[in-house]
Write a new protein. Structure first.
Length: 325
């Protein structure tokens, strides 16, 4: 029995990491909401057929999407990031209340919200409990899980803390996705791009870069530039033979020495994030890097999305069997 097409309302969609992953999992976008102009342009560039709303999620009327299959989003991470002040609910950028408002208005069959590992810390235990209580009040059962992107074929650690919720008893059919077993490494992933301009040291570099990269950090318009993150992350990249102090415009050329320590280009960082090589980005270099660096890796989104789809499908099948009986 083939499952019907399922619909999704996505908030804080960014440059399409979660969007493209959910698409691969079999979801069709009713609307993708993103406040950043360049990121919204990226969504339109890759999926002109989607309805993309450039603006604040606070402007979205959830009642217009009543009964949608999935409400998904990568709500802003600064309120919970280890690199920030960790203000949580006191941070004006915390959009969990808006996500819950939309759940209450749209009453989706399932919910998927992702954030940084910091939200999993003991400090935010009461905050997590408050979210679960509110969802329970609305008739949802929910579960949190910490997933590592490296378990889903992505060549970086990138832990993500994910909330999945189902209306009614749907969560009884849900199982968190298991690691794919495909342990991608930086060198093998990036070798085709690293050697594209004829650098003779590319193969030797790839052999040295035989490991998983640190988490890519995109930063924000106020903080962080086009580099691979804080000092510890840069040190981790250097151990893989990558200069993390900036982003290059192009791959090394034949003029570069064999022992050159290259910087990554934006297309390389996109591959490290798990984007399809054909996914394009709108905006200048730094904006493009931030879009890529702040994304939810598509393979992880696809894994969780597929698990949600299977659970929803099981619920649909169960209802059909009851009708037949």
């Amino acid at each position: 029995m083939s499952l019907p097409k399922l619909s999704v309302l996505e908030i804080c969609a960014g440059a399409g990491g979660q969007s493209s992953g959910l698409e691969k999992a079999g979801f069709e976008h009713e609307l993708a909401v993103e406040i950043d102009r360049d990121a919204a342009a990226t969504l339109r560039l890759n999926r002109p057929e989607w309805a993309v709303q450039e603006g604040d999620v606070r402007e979205v009327d959830g009642k217009k999407f009543r009964g949608i299959d999935l409400l998904a989003g990568g709500v802003p991470c600064p309120p919970f990031s280890m690199a920030g002040k960790q203000l949580g609910a006191a941070d004006e950028r915390d959009l969990f209340p808006e996500a819950l408002r939309l759940v209450d208005e749209a009453k989706p069959s399932a919910v998927m919200l992702e954030n940084v590992r910091g939200l999993a810390s003991a400090r935010f235990g009461p905050y997590r409990d408050s979210i679960l209580s509110e969802l329970n009040r609305m008739g949802y059962q929910a579960s949190w899980q910490l997933l590592f992107s490296s378990d889903f074929g992505v060549p970086q650690l990138r832990p993500r803390f994910i909330l999945v919720a189902f209306r009614g008893t749907g969560i009884d059919s849900f199982e968190w996705p298991k690691p794919t077993g495909e342990r991608a490494v930086v060198g093998a992933t990036l070798l085709p791009l690293m050697k594209a301009n004829g650098w003779k040291g590319a193969k030797a570099w790839a052999n040295r870069a035989n490991g998983i990269g640190p988490t890519v950090v995109g930063g924000s318009k106020k903080h962080g530039g086009a580099d691979l993150g804080p000092t510890r992350a840069k040190q981790g990249w250097l151990m893989l033979g990558v200069d993390g102090k900036g982003i290059a415009n192009e791959a090394p050329s034949p003029d570069h020495p064999l022992d050159h320590i290259p910087r990554l280009t934006n297309p390389m960082v996109a591959l490290v994030q798990g984007f399809d090589k054909n996914w394009k980005f709108s905006g200048l270099k730094t904006s493009t890097y931030r879009q890529i660096g702040n994304a939810f890796p598509p393979p992880v989104a696809a894994g969780v999305g597929s698990a949600i789809r299977e659970a929803l499908g099981a619920g649909i099948l169960e209802q059909d069997l009851k009708v037949v009986a």
